[in-house]
Design a protein around this ligand. Structure first.
Ligand code: UD1
Ligand code: CA
Length: 497
């Protein structure tokens, strides 16, 4: 009967990574390495795989979905010993798919082919192999004269002839459970490392009467890569990154420079969006259609962009929702923000969303115009079609009302909104004068002393030498014959003639 369970081996220390972080938690394109193995089990239709944890188990376990069965291998005594740790959790019948948590490049189709081969050929054990130009580090697959697999020899055990074998054990295998458990009870720890190797099960089974060992090959060589070191991690990241890029290109997204574009796993991008060079987009981001992103933009987790949004150079967004046709073209940081349709965010806009303890929300209404270099201290709201002047600092909770205009540091309301002005002029709202402003200037001018009065005042204070006419005017005025202003005006007319 076709019963299939799965075990994922993830207890190893990963010494060659030289890391405090358990190997299987090292992220690849925005998700921990082990997530790729969980995906493979799920795609094989296995709802509850058994994950063997050991080194750093307390760190790894919280990162796993709750439906996963976790077993603990107390000491890391080899891959065979790890399978034995899962023995109790394993049902006694059918076959088991064993996956290593450090081979994240395997494709679903490859694992499906492995499973199909196993059941179709009614094999005792089915392996996955690859032919590598450089097989060093991997277990070599050995075959007899008729080409039948008769074992796997680990790198630490190979002789000169075996070292030259280019067919390697990729790791995953499917094995009938009773045969597997019988073999594991029999095989001995390796002489060199004193570990119980899962791979030694293969040579044991091959020697038994009536058993059948089968193998399938990976579809593409890079799939076989096992991650033991940082350089292998970097290579795997490169391969997965390219696969993600290819998927978006296939979906109708333009990516101008795939070499400098970093898009994590789990990002959605609408057709006809253009991603300019040196852009980073993290897991969970969703981008609408016909957007333009970058160059040099960074979209972090919790960001969603509607259609036709423009995010330009040196813009960082996190936990932020952007409405349709919003423009954020230059040097901006928005965190924990909602920006509604059609708003324009000027160059240098920053949300101060973190007060040292908590993060706070900013809300920018529909059609709002945030002037260059505005700092929005959250929590704060900028109403629909409101304007902030260049360089304004809007203090927390000092919400800008719809259609309001604020300027300065701290930002204060201008008493009347600027009359309908075009986009470019709005940015200068802080220096434009409203009609009220003009009226008050007139009033101010009226209350300002006239030139003649000033001249008189200065003259009486002896600041400038009085002209003879001014002298006469002052003396006439002082004698009370005519008002100073009239006298001075007369004298001025005389002098200018
Ligand atoms: C293993 C295979 C090798 C194969 C290679 C493919 C064995 C003995 N060798 O070698 O044939 O070519 O993978 O990449 O299996 N683990 C445990 N408990 C342990 C030891 C390891 O759970 O005690 C887990 C690790 O977390 C890892 C996986 O098993 O996910 C493989 O272990 P690793 O030490 O990386 O094996 P390799 O030396 O790469
Ligand atoms: Ca490995």
């Amino acid at each position: 009967m076709r019963t299939l369970q799965a075990i994922i081996l993830a207890a190893g220390e990963g010494t060659r990574m030289k890391s405090g972080l358990p190997k299987v938690l090292h992220p690849i394109c925005g998700r921990p390495m082990i997530a790729y193995a969980l995906d493979l089990a799920a795609s094989a239709g296995i709802k509850q795989p058994i994950v063997v944890l050991g080194h750093g188990a307390e760190e790894v376990k919280p990162k796993l979905p709750t439906e996963i069965k976790v077993v603990i291998q107390k000491k890391q005594l080899g891959t065979g010993d790890a399978v034995l740790a899962a023995k109790k959790a394993l049902g006694p019948h059918g076959s088991v798919l064993i996956l290593y948590a450090d081979t994240p490049l395997l494709r679903r189709t490859t694992v499906q082919k492995l499973i199909e081969t196993h059941f179709k050929t009614t094999a005792t054990c089915t392996l996955l192999t690859a032919h590598l130009a450089d097989p060093s580090g991997y277990g070599r697959v050995t075959r007899n004269e008729t080409g039948q697999i008769n074992g796997i020899v680990e790198e630490t055990e190979v002789n000169a002839a075996q070292r030259a074998i280019r067919e390697i054990n990729v790791g995953p295998l499917v094995c009938q459970i009773p045969a597997l458990l019988e073999a594991l009870a029999t095989v001995q720890p390796s002489a060199s490392k004193h570990e119980l190797y899962l791979t030694h099960v293969v040579s044991h089974l091959a020697r038994q009467e009536g058993t059948k060992i089968q193998a399938t090959r990976v579809e593409e060589v890079p799939e076989a890569l096992g991650i033991n070191s940082r350089s292998e991690l970097a290579r795997a990241t490169g391969v997965i990154r390219q696969r993600i890029i290819d998927l978006h290109l296939h979906n109708g997204v333009t990516i101008e420079d795939p070499r400098t574009t970093v898009i994590d796993h789990g990002v959605t991008i609408g057709a006809d969006t253009v991603i300019h060079p040196s852009t980073m987009i993290e897991t969970g981001v969703s981008i609408g259609r016909r957007c333009s992103i970058g160059p040099f933009a960074r979209l972090r987790s919790g960001v969603s962009l509607a259609d036709e949004v423009r995010v330009g150079n040196f813009v960082e967004l996190v936990r932020t929702k952007i409405g349709p046709r919003v423009r954020i073209n230059h040097v901006t940081y928005l965190g924990d923000t909602v920006v509604e349709e059609g708003a324009n965010i000027g160059a240098g806009t920053m949300t101060a969303n973190y007060d040292g303890k908590e993060k706070h929300q900013t809300h920018i209404g529909k059609g709002a115009f945030v002037g260059c270099d505005t700092i929005l201290i959250a929590p704060v709201k900028v109403g629909a079609e409101a304007v902030t002047g260049a360089g304004s600092v809007v203090p927390r909770t000092h919400d800008v009302p719809a259609k309001g205009v604020v300027v300065g540091v701290p930002a204060r309301a201008l008493d009347h909104r600027v009359s309908r002005i075009d986009g470019a002029a709005r940015a200068d709202a802080s220096i434009k004068r409203s009609p009220t402003d003009t009226r008050s200037r007139v009033k101010a001018r009226r209350s300002t002393p006239s030139n003649a009065q000033t001249a008189h005042a200065r003259a009486t204070r002896g600041q400038v030498k009085k002209s003879p006419a001014a002298h006469r005017a002052t003396s006439r005025a002082s004698r009370g014959r005519q008002p100073v202003r009239r006298a001075l005006a007369k004298s001025k007319r005389r002098t200018t003639r």
